[in-house]
Design a protein around this ligand. Structure first.
Ligand SMILES: NC(=O)c1ccc[n+]([C@@H]2O[C@H](COP(=O)([O-])OP(=O)(O)OC[C@H]3O[C@@H](n4cnc5c(N)ncnc54)[C@H](OP(=O)(O)O)[C@@H]3O)[C@@H](O)[C@H]2O)c1
Length: 200
């Protein structure tokens, strides 16, 4: 599978490493251009490459891993998503810890807001509930596999992300649509920052 990342920081690199390790073609992108990502792709190793935002966004599955306030610029001017899957790993901090401020979207969940910026995309919220170090680590522990929650409005897109997560070694838990599942996973929800293992 071809996987693009918009953002090439802690979360994008962690997911890219899992994907590359399992033979997926990965294209990482950031705000400064592919020429700034040489060390990053060299460290992840082939089949990871650096690309533009547009090149990353053309992949079958695209991980959105930039800070909340960076999202509008990161997804600006991209063509219609045409049914491609976007994994939304963001958390809706308008100001980061140690002085966190959480975006107030009223009734809307964070990923529904993100979906509104991505016309035609099938958005699946995933990876946002875990600390970066738990995403980067091997999810298979002696006591069990790291739980990975996910939510999205398209069942097939959720199934694709589940398959990827399981392949990486996570124990995936499908929470259904963004409205209900996303709310459980986002900042302030009961699953945000919950790190738990599943015994197989
Ligand atoms: N870190 C965690 O433990 C953790 C855990 C769960 C979820 N999250 C969420 O995951 C998201 C990413 O966090 P992170 O820790 O990976 O952030 P990070 O390490 O600071 O990386 C942010 C990345 O976004 C890129 N970026 C910024 N503006 C961009 C734009 N306009 N176009 C393309 N790329 C752009 C940056 O590239 P440049 O350097 O070139 O600007 C950088 O590669 C956040 O929403 C965060 O809340 C983080």
């Amino acid at each position: 599978m071809k996987i693009g990342t918009i953002g090439a920081g802690t979360i994008a690199r962690a997911v890219a490493r899992h994907a590359a390790r399992h033979g997926h073609e990965v294209v990482l992108s950031n705000s400064r251009g592919p020429e700034t990502l040489g060390d990053v792709v060299a460290e992840i190793g082939p089949p990871a490459t650096a690309g533009t935002r547009l090149e990353a966004a053309r992949a079958e599955v695209v991980l959105l891993a930039v800070h909340w306030t960076q999202v509008p610029a990161a997804v600006a001017d991209l063509p219609d998503w045409d049914g491609r899957i976007v994994i939304d790993a963001t958390n809706q901090f308008t100001s980061l810890p140690p002085h966190p401020v959480i975006a107030d979207l009223g009734d809307l969940t964070g990923s529904e807001y993100i979906a509104s910026l991505l016309p035609g995309a099938r958005v699946v919220k995933a990876f946002n509930t875990l600390y970066g170090s738990y995403i980067a680590a091997d999810p298979r522990h002696e006591a069990g596999r790291q739980l990975l929650f996910l939510a999205g409005d398209d069942a097939d897109a959720r199934a694709t992300v589940r398959e990827l997560a399981e392949e990486f070694g996570f124990a995936s838990i499908d929470l259904g649509p963004l409205r209900e599942g996303g709310r459980l996973m986002q900042l302030g929800g009961p699953l945000s920052g919950l790190h738990a293992l599943k015994q197989d």
